[in-house]
Design a protein around this ligand. Structure first.
Ligand SMILES: C[S@@+](CC[C@H](N)C(=O)[O-])C[C@H]1O[C@@H](n2cnc3c(N)ncnc32)[C@H](O)[C@@H]1O
Length: 327
């Protein structure tokens, strides 16, 4: 597959160029094969429309990026038409992860992903100089925050096509950096044992076989590397939840584990130093509909009479951050 033409407008080539001189080089053909399977023969009905949005973006020379702020920010001394840029970016609706400040345009995403990052960051081994993988990265908001911590390389994978276009739009508006997003799934990752830190935030409960997901993450981590797992959990003392139909209106939630269940799975995958870094009840201030995500959100997924329950009668979403070291 020719990566330059694989997805119209999406730059997959830079990942291969930038990792040519690293130990990932050995796995380039695996990445290419996976990309061929995932996207080579499957166009998305909206590829062309989203690519047109990318083509309409202004070309700017003097842009400064600041990834250390809650709002990932781009600024420029050049004159930018905010109305037309806002329209282009809105054409990539819905923006689920953020927030972003793009030349003064405030992308108020469905999630305050900065709040999640603030809960995670203090517990991590310092990210400076590390090579990190973020599985299920969404539009790459967290990749930018990782760059803000001076990682050496931030690779994200996510199969949702729109998120590749959102990330590419953000990349096209700024100088080159060391963040890359490939439209792949966890199971597509070659067993490279390359990354110093692997993140899986909000993905475990979407996987039919959570143990497989963890094994796939383990295969990407170097020995001694750090796993950062964020997942929905259910209160200890009850059985892990296996929703037959929906959980908080999501069709694709297969397991809401207890912390002990997560620990058991991590032990099975040979992790040590398993720490629960944070437990947080998801609030309607953190996940909500906005102008940039106009569909329903958490408020609509909870019992209107009792917000401690989902609309299906399950306990409302609680999330835990668990950090562990690969043996
Ligand atoms: C709930 S979102 C979490 C996004 C982000 N990590 C966060 O914590 O805000 C789940 C993400 O996982 C992605 N996803 C779903 N199945 C996946 C898989 N098999 N491998 C990798 N990512 C997957 C979805 O496209 C979506 O962006």
């Amino acid at each position: 597959m020719n990566t330059e033409q694989a997805l119209p407008g999406i730059n997959l080539q830079s990942f291969f160029e930038e990792t040519r001189n690293s130990a990932l080089n050995k796995y380039h053909s695996d990445f290419l094969n996976a990309l061929t399977d995932r996207i080579g023969f499957r166009s998305h009905g909206r590829d062309q429309e989203w690519n047109q949005r990318l083509s309409a973006l202004p070309q700017l020379d003097k842009v400064t990026a600041d990834f250390s702020l809650d709002r990932v920010s781009l600024s420029s001394a050049e004159t930018i038409d905010p109305v037309s840029l806002s329209k282009i970016l809105m054409g990539l609706h819905p923006w689920r992860k953020g927030p972003f400040d793009i030349f003064g345009i405030q992308i108020d995403s469905e999630w305050r992903s900065d709040w999640k990052w603030r809960r995670i960051l203090p517990h991590l081994s310092p990210l400076e100089g590390r090579r990190v993988l973020d599985v299920g990265t969404g539009n790459g908001y967290f990749l930018y925050r990782m760059l803000g911590e001076h990682v050496d390389l931030a690779l994200g994978i996510d199969p949702t096509r729109l998120f590749s276009y959102q990330f590419q739009a953000l990349q096209n508006l700024q100088p080159e950096n060391r963040a890359f997003l490939l439209p792949l799934k966890d199971e597509d990752m070659p067993p490279c044992q390359f990354f110093d830190t692997v993140f899986s935030l909000g993905v475990l409960y979407h996987r039919r076989q959570p143990i497989k997901h963890l094994q796939q993450l383990t295969n990407s981590l170097r020995p001694g590397g750090e796993l950062v797992l964020e997942t929905l959990i259910i209160q200890e003392g009850t059985a892990s939840l296996e929703p037959i139909d929906r959980y908080a209106q999501m069709r694709n939630v297969w397991l809401v584990p207890t912390i002990s269940k997560v620990e058991e799975l991590l032990h099975q995958c040979h992790y040590r130093d398993i720490k629960v870094a944070d437990i947080n009840v998801t609030s309607m201030a953190e996940q909500r509909s906005t102008a940039w995500m106009r569909y329903q959100s958490l408020e609509d997924f909870l019992d209107p009479q009792d917000s401690s329950k989902t609309i299906e009668g399950f306990p409302a979403p609680v999330r835990a951050v668990i950090i562990a070291t690969k043996l």
